[in-house]
Design a protein around this ligand. Structure first.
Ligand SMILES: Cc1ncc(COP(=O)(O)O)c(C=O)c1O
Length: 374
């Protein structure tokens, strides 16, 4: 049998997200030889192997394959939390808080303490300590979990700071969870191993469908009993996949083929692009450290819709101020992106000169401004 691979990928022109990558020929090939056991009965070898692989990589006793990053985070947090009232402390931009459809309120009945990092980029132990809710005052919802995200907005939380926050949590008998949707990127960039990160967390959720490039899947890791509880909740939320091996096989190849070198390459491409955009006078909302660039469109006087339209004219997809680089973006698309930004700057200049410049640019739609959408 010959396979017709749809390659190069349709994602080659898409800067929306690193989730848009399509399965590579190697992934499709691996799916053909995956085992076909029923994973709800834990009988699928390919899935079991992937779970074990990620557990070993992160230094944890057990892993569980789930369909998405949202499911991974929500199952972990639900499994950690036993009896309300309680709170989860996280960055005010954290995906678990802002982009998971109120899962913490609905599934875990949790209050959230959203904290603004004092340095504008990542939470410090001092930031966290200031907002912990401790003690047994019956008016409060005590902090039970500190949930960190790395990378967040493409920025890396330094391992030293993670260690301090973890130490603080342990001193107060609190749980620490990691939304590691892109911990692969942090690890590839810093050289800090996943198992080194793992030391500081009780649970981690590692997405395989973001930069790593699998079509579907996240693996959550933690203690054996904890993962058993997560599996229970996975079933309850309809997340039991029967022949999961097909998906696990693709995810396994994604790790092998893309972590860490391919990710590191995408970071280099991102750095070069940021440098070239800076030459055009563009500034950024956040430091560029991995595979995301958050353009400061307001400062450049460009509306998000102008940039989106200029991209469309050139045949590339841009969502707004957030530019995501992934392994299937081509050099040609990068050149088109730069041109779209250049044309947007020129359009904004013309608008100002004919008196339309008073219109406030439409910036990122959410209150905190850094994400236009998912
Ligand atoms: C940091 C972070 N965590 C979790 C998720 C959720 O992943 P999913 O879209 O697979 O539910 C995302 C999605 O983009 C994310 O960016």
């Amino acid at each position: 049998m010959t396979l017709e691979y749809n390659y190069p990928s349709v994602a080659a022109t898409d800067f929306k997200s690193d989730t848009v990558t399509t399965p590579t020929p190697a992934m499709l090939k691996a799916m053909l030889t995956a085992t076909h056991g029923d994973d709800v009965y834990k009988e699928d070898k390919t899935t079991n192997d992937l779970q074990e692989r990620v557990a070993v990589m992160t230094g944890k006793p057990a892993g569980l394959f789930v369909v998405s990053g949202t499911m991974g985070n929500q199952l972990c947090l639900r499994a950690h939390l036993k009896q309300p009232p309680y709170s989860i402390l996280c960055d005010y931009r954290a995906h678990v808080y802002t982009h998971e459809a109120a899962g913490l309120a609905v599934l875990s009945q949790a209050m959230v303490t959203p904290v603004h990092p004092s340095n504008g980029v990542y939470l410090t132990a001092e930031d966290v300590a200031k907002y912990l809710i401790l003690g047994n005052d019956i008016h409060t919802a005590p902090t039970k979990v500190i949930s960190l995200e790395n990378t967040l907005g493409g920025t890396i939380m330094p391992i030293e700071e993670i260690a301090k926050i973890s130490e603080l949590a342990r001193r107060h008998d609190l749980i620490v969870h990691l939304d590691g949707a892109r911990i692969w990127n942090a690890s590839a960039e810093t050289g800090v191993s996943l198992s080194e990160y793992g030391k500081y967390f009780d649970s981690m959720s590692l997405c395989l469908s973001k930069g790593v490039g699998a079509p579907v899947g996240t693996v959550i890791v933690g203690e054996v009993e904890f993962i058993e509880t997560c599996n229970w909740f996975r079933k309850q939320t309809g997340g039991g996949i029967r022949q999961a091996g097909l998906l696990a096989a693709a995810a396994d190849v994604a790790i092998t083929d893309h972590f860490p070198h391919k990710l590191k390459e995408t970071h280099q491409v991102t750095q070069k692009l940021a440098h070239d955009l800076a030459q055009l006078g563009i500034t950024f909302q956040l430091p560029v450290q991995t595979n995301f660039i958050f353009l400061d469109l307001s400062k450049a006087g460009i509306s998000a819709s102008t940039l989106v339209d200029e991209g469309k004219k050139l045949g590339i997809t841009i969502m707004g101020s957030r530019i995501a680089i992934h392994h299937q973006i081509t050099n040609d698309s990068i050149e088109k992106l730069k041109l779209a930004v250049k044309n947007s700057i020129e359009f904004a200049r013309q608008q100002r000169s004919i008196g339309n410049g008073h219109k406030k640019p439409i910036e990122g739609s959410l209150a905190y401004g850094i994400y236009d959408k998912l």
